[in-house]
Structures are given as structure tokens and as C-alpha cells.
Write a protein that binds this ligand. Structure first.
Ligand SMILES: [Zn+2]
Ligand SMILES: [Zn+2]
Length: 82
């Protein structure tokens, strides 16, 4: 059976719920690989949902644009290297 790993969670800034499509992984089993299509097998595909919180695109862009941001809420996060 194939596995689709979906990451979804909350943006810590706007508290919105998001599914991070760019992180989604489709893991085909051998049968699906032979058929050339994800999920095309006897058992079909199961969705494995993983919790994942990160800033959404809108908030990330906002923080990026805000030069004066003091980083108070980001103390436990990695420094941006830009
Ligand atoms: Zn499969
Ligand atoms: Zn957000």
C-alpha cells in the first residue's frame, strides 16, 4: 500500500490552520511503481498526517519585510542567515 505523508498545523503568528503542500510526500509501493501511478495498487493509498507548525507564507513575508522586528517571539528559533 502507498503512503501519502501530509504535514498540517498552525501558523504561530496568525493562528491559521494550514496544510503544507510543499512538504507532502507520496511514497509509492512497488505495485504502484510498476503501474506508474501513485495509489494505483490493491490496497490503495493511506494518508499519514503529521503535525507541523510553521509561519505561513503571508506571515513569513511580513516578518521578512519588517526590518525592525525585535525577534522577541523568536528567541527559541534559529537565526535567519540572510
Ligand atoms: Zn500502493
Ligand atoms: Zn500566518
Amino acid at each position: 500500500m502507498c503512503r501519502k505523508v501530509v504535514f498540517s498545523g498552525t501558523c504561530p503568528h496568525c493562528s491559521g490552520n494550514f496544510t503544507w503542500d510543499e512538504l507532502t510526500q507520496e511514497l509509492s509501493c512497488l505495485e504502484a511503481k510498476n503501474n506508474g501511478v501513485f495509489g494505483l495498487c490493491k490496497e490503495g493509498a493511506v494518508v499519514d498526517e503529521k503535525p507541523h507548525d510553521q509561519e505561513c507564507d503571508a506571515c513569513a513575508a511580513e516578518l521578512e519585510a519588517d526590518e525592525g522586528y525585535d525577534g522577541e517571539k523568536h528567541r527559541n528559533k534559529k537565526q535567519r542567515t540572510s
